[in-house]
Design a protein around this ligand. Structure first.
Ligand SMILES: [Zn+2]
Length: 216
């Protein structure tokens, strides 16, 4: 590496032994391999003040130390970024936010169908099927969910409603994937008692009941 200009700028200080440790090591290292700069130094009436080997070793040490610091900083920054991303991901997967009826066009994405046998099916598509943990549940008036909570009261004649939840957060859109898939879930069989008169989606945020199906 040719650094004659820089080295020769430093030589007067070097000759007076007034350089910093780093500069001195750099100059010595250069002098060891550059006859021209050695000549300039000798014209100042000085020779190498220390054995080149010592300073070359020190220069190598300084370079190694800088390299280690660089690697350490990079590692810490990378680790911090990974922890942040993992934390955000975990938070997103575990944050349950009710799907807004209007925002997700649930009037088009969720409906109930009665098949030829008189069984009732919940049908979902698009936004309503977006994540693994998105599931519609039937909730009784005590807030217990069919299939998930032991205390679910199947005998209640009223209070049936759907709480459709999606694990997502508003600030991140990475889970907000719209698919064209369609899902059907059997809700009630024809002979099930009490006979279901109405099925609605209950939006907790606004306390609104959206009718999905009514016995005609
Ligand atoms: Zn030189």
């Amino acid at each position: 590496m040719k650094r004659c200009g820089l080295v020769q700028d430093l030589l007067p200080l070097y000759a007076e032994e007034m350089c910093s440790e780093e500069s001195r090591a750099l100059v010595t290292e250069h002098l060891a391999e550059c006859a021209e700069c050695r000549g300039v130094l000798e014209k100042m009436g000085k020779k190498l003040t220390v054995r080149p080997d010592d300073d070359v070793v020190m220069m190598k040490r300084i370079r190694r130390r800088l390299l280690i610091e660089k690697i350490a900083v990079t590692a810490v920054v990378t680790l911090a970024a990974l922890v942040l991303v993992a934390g955000l991901g975990f938070w997103a997967m575990n944050t349950t936010v009710e799907m807004g009826y209007d925002r997700y066009h649930l009037d088009e994405c969720v409906w109930v169908e009665e098949d030829a046998d008189g069984d009732l099916w919940l049908c979902k598509r698009d936004a309503a099927t977006t994540a693994v943990h998105v599931f519609p549940t039937i909730r009784d008036s005590n807030g217990n969910h069919m299939g998930y909570d032991e205390g679910f009261d199947r005998e209640l004649r009223d209070g049936y409603g759907f709480t459709l939840e999606q694990r997502r957060i508003d600030a991140l859109t990475l889970i907000d994937i719209h698919t064209s898939s369609e899902e059907r879930t059997l809700l009630f069989q024809k002979d099930e008692k009490p006979a279901i008169q109405e099925i609605f989606y209950y939006e907790r945020a606004t306390g609104t009941e959206h009718t999905l199906w009514e016995r005609s």
